[in-house]
Design a protein around this ligand. Structure first.
Ligand code: NAD
Length: 496
């Protein structure tokens, strides 16, 4: 299956193909204002995306609400079969989807393939729903009385996605919500809406009944319409912390379940006994992979004791070897950042880092790529000898900028991590079991790597941070997901 439209850029925004919403099984043109979708490596306009308003969101909610009773009654095994079909379609189209992803987002083709693989894994896990969704029971909770806990779907759910994983993030949610018997609305990021367009073409081709899965393109207005609609029973959000907080608060007004995954500032602790070569490779991949636009990106290195000097040399050497360019081209190891304003924001952080006294040992601000003058280029950037209270050690930059903070001990490293507003992921690099164990035990961060640069839980485990990195209690995918998308009905039964 190949889309007739997707991935075919047109020359100017006035000629750009208009993306449609998918409501009740139909592709519907929006009358709302459209904004261009730009290829961040070339500046080309790929399509234009509608900034849908409340009327369109409400139409999708109605379609999803109408589809719910029949979908809920569809046996879980039958619901799962649609996801086997969808998985096969995704497998057949990995390459096409990955190319769309690289074009609209910028990350390299190999990074795009990796994230599509991760997306598919969620579909694979959700095919196990007949087992995953089972309840539990106990006979004789009192004499002659039995109790059973049954999981039931709840109704209409929605997800609101960020720009950095255009294919994967909505699939952290949709397969689990829909396989458990709910109906669903996806609101992709308006910066990268084209992967979801193609995925929804596959959802349509999988035969999932009309109204079960819907997609609304847009920005702030469509998000607020989702949050305010009382017929939506729960929202899964992924994005920056201020918007996560807004979503958590506003969705609570209509009594929704909410899981809101926010921003990050991830600390990587390197102990003096760490394997230097492998550690430096893992850290380089962590801070510069996907141009640093990953919520799990290692952003601050806490270099403990003597490891500082040799580690800095290795990191500089490895980061200098990164080849920046158009992610579709062979040999390129880092793509552009998402937009020109975002590139300027990263540059302003670098200026702040210099003003606050950090040593800029690798400067990516002047990065240029021949033949792609319209791209949003930012090369790998490293600051050394940064104070833990400097802005670049505290705020999320979301670009390929690494901040190195020397510390004296593991204790000081853990205390520094605990002062951060964010707590999404953290890692330790060491060959010492006791140090790793102490770190695992004490560091209050929900996703943790031990000699792992990007501590990403897979689809069958749960994903999410704490503090300002997460609002809610049940996290994305894995077991939490089944809890989030079902209500547990307790039936207490006696027969006279
Ligand atoms: P963002 O917060 O700007 O946008 C996320 C979504 O919110 C988009 O769909 C957007 O349309 C919508 N939105 C934006 N402004 C809004 C407003 N004022 N009111 C209502 N809705 C609004 O985030 P982004 O720039 O697309 O993504 C990057 C952020 O996402 C980073 O902070 C990153 O750390 C975070 N992120 C977190 C995780 C995680 O697992 N914690 C994963 C991926 C990305």
């Amino acid at each position: 299956m190949t889309s007739p439209h997707v991935g075919t850029p047109t020359a100017t925004s006035s000629e750009a193909r208009q993306l449609k919403n998918y409501i009740g099984g139909d592709w519907i043109t929006s009358n709302a204002e459209h904004i261009p979708v730009l290829n961040p490596a070339t500046g080309e306009t790929l399509a234009s995306v509608p900034m849908s308003g409340a009327d369109e969101v409400n139409a999708a909610v109605k379609a999803a609400k109408d589809a719910f009773p029949a979908w809920r009654e569809t046996p879980p095994l039958v619901r799962a079969r649609y996801f086997f079909t969808l998985k096969n379609l995704l497998e057949e189209n990995v390459e096409h989807l990955s190319k769309i992803l690289t074009k609209e987002h910028g990350k390299t083709l190999s990074e795009a393939r990796g994230s599509v693989r991760r997306a598919i894994e969620n579909v694979e896990v959700a095919t196990g729903i007949p087992t995953l969704m089972q309840g539990y029971n106990l006979e004789d909770v009192a004499r002659g009385i039995d109790c059973q806990a049954i999981r039931q779907p709840i109704g209409v759910f929605a997800c609101i996605a960020p720009f950095n994983f255009p294919a994967m993030v909505p699939l952290w949610f949709l397969p689990f919500a829909v396989a458990t018997g709910n109906t669903f609305i996806v609101k992709p990021s308006e910066q990268v809406p084209m992967c979801q367009e193609f995925i929804f073409e596959m959802i349509q081709a999988s035969g999932i009944p009309p109204g079960v899965c819907n997609m609304i393109h847009g920005g702030k207005d469509s998000v607020n319409a989702i949050l305010d609609n009382p017929d939506i029973k729960g929202v899964s959000f992924v994005g920056s912390t201020p918007i996560a907080r807004h979503v958590y608060k506003r969705a609570g007004e209509t009594g929704k379940r909410v899981q809101a995954l926010g921003g990050a500032k991830n600390f990587l602790v390197v102990m003096p006994d760490a394997q230097l070569e492998d550690t430096a490779s893992a850290i380089t991949e962590s801070f510069a992979g996907c141009a640093g636009e990953r919520c799990l990106a290692g952003s601050v290195v806490l270099a403990v004791g003597d490891v500082h000097k040799p580690l800095v040399e290795k990191l500089k050497e490895k980061a200098s070897n990164i080849k920046v360019g158009n992610g579709l081209e062979a040999g390129v190891t880092m793509g552009p950042v998402i937009s020109a304003p975002h590139r300027d924001k990263i540059a302003s952080y670098v200026e702040k880092g210099i003003a606050e006294g950090g040593d800029l040992i690798l400067d990516g601000r002047d990065c240029k790529v021949e033949g792609h003058e319209g791209g949003n280029w930012f090369g790998p950037t490293i600051f050394d000898n940064v104070k833990p209270d400097a802005t670049i050690a505290k705020e999320e930059i979301f670009g390929p900028v690494l901040t190195i903070v020397p510390v004296e001990s593991l204790d000081e490293a853990i205390n520094t991590i605990h002062k951060s507003e964010f707590a999404n992921a953290t890692s330790i690099f060491t060959q010492s079991g006791p140090a790793a164990r102490e770190f695992r035990y004490r560091a209050e961060v929900s996703m943790m790597g031990i000699n792992i640069g990007v501590a990403a839980p897979m689809a069958f485990f749960s994903f999410g941070g704490t503090r300002s990195s997460f609002y809610g209690d049940l996290k994305a995918h894995g077991r939490d997901s089944i809890e989030f998308y079902t209500d547990k009905k307790m039936v207490i039964e006696r027969w006279f």
